[in-house]
Ligand binder design. Sequence first.
Ligand code: NAI
Length: 331
Amino acid sequence: MLKVVSFSCKLYDRQQLCRSFPADWQSEYVEVGLDQHTAVYAEGAQVITAFVNDRLDAVVLTRLAAYGVRMIALRCAGFNQVDLAAAERLGFVVTRVPAYSPYAVAEHTLGLMLALNRKLYRAYNRVREGNFSLQGMLGFDFHGKTVGIIGAGKIGMLVAKMLKAFGCRVLVYDPQPCAECQALGLEVVELNQLYAQSQVISLHCPLTEQTEHLIDAAALAKMPHGVMLINTGRGALVETRALIAGLKSGQIGYLGMDVYEKEGALFFEDHSCEIIQDDDFERLLSFPNVLITGHQAYFTQEALQHIAQTTRENIDAWHQGQALLNQLTQG
Ligand code: NAI
């Protein structure tokens, strides 16, 4: 019988996976994340499934191989958490869910932009306290503003189309040619032009060696003073200390983040009764013009269904020796 162990499984993941995984698999769901200490849960399994903050470095992969695991089915699109070279060396088949709902992430991105601009998160508290003053609540029209999209893939293109519908001028930077861009009225530009001309910049490229800390002090200095920066991609696309400096100087006027460089120690868990030790994160929270959500951009019913269904299909295809549509390879 095929044994499949799923890591980082919250109740909502488990409910969805249970509906999608066949009854004749021996399916086990563990709530803890995968690391070198928890890899032992995979003993005897041929397949594991894992999520964004599970560690799949060489040490963990070596342990998984020793426990008999042969396939890793990621339940996410991003795969920066996997050492693909080590996985290939150890003979693992690795698959992912390339698109579970680009709409979910694009809509959340727009949500962050609008909430930051019109300070909805502050208005919620003010009105409940009987404070109807508009002092400090002044926003701007998105209509007519220039927005820069870094990474014109599935999510970036949806964000671009939505902003186009708002009447924005949309600049796009992507190393791959964008076939649709011209027809949609999007301007494909070099990165420096995007930095210089965009009042709002949104990150939708994958985290790779080339994009790690793409947004650092030097990049921020090229942007207009008071820029709105939105990151729903991956935390390490930006350098956190540079963000803090940029917020202090006013160079960043608004910051929206759904992801954070060191989110693995915080996100997806309730830490409300603890003292959070991450000083950079706490400093970010102290700014009134920062809105952070805990990696929830993807979190819609439709996305959870797609994740479970595609993960099942990936495992099925591997088990039955069929062609793998969503396999990850080093190249
Ligand atoms: P995609 O693969 O469709 O698009 C990524 C685009 O980025 C591609 O067009 C690629 O050419 C481009 N790109 C690659 N290197 C680049 C660089 N150096 N500069 C600019 N662009 C570059 O991926 P998709 O589905 O649009 O997702 C984008 C990212 O969003 C994922 O890699 C993932 O990290 C993140 N994500 C976040 C979620 C969340 O819940 N916050 C959920 C799903 C994805």
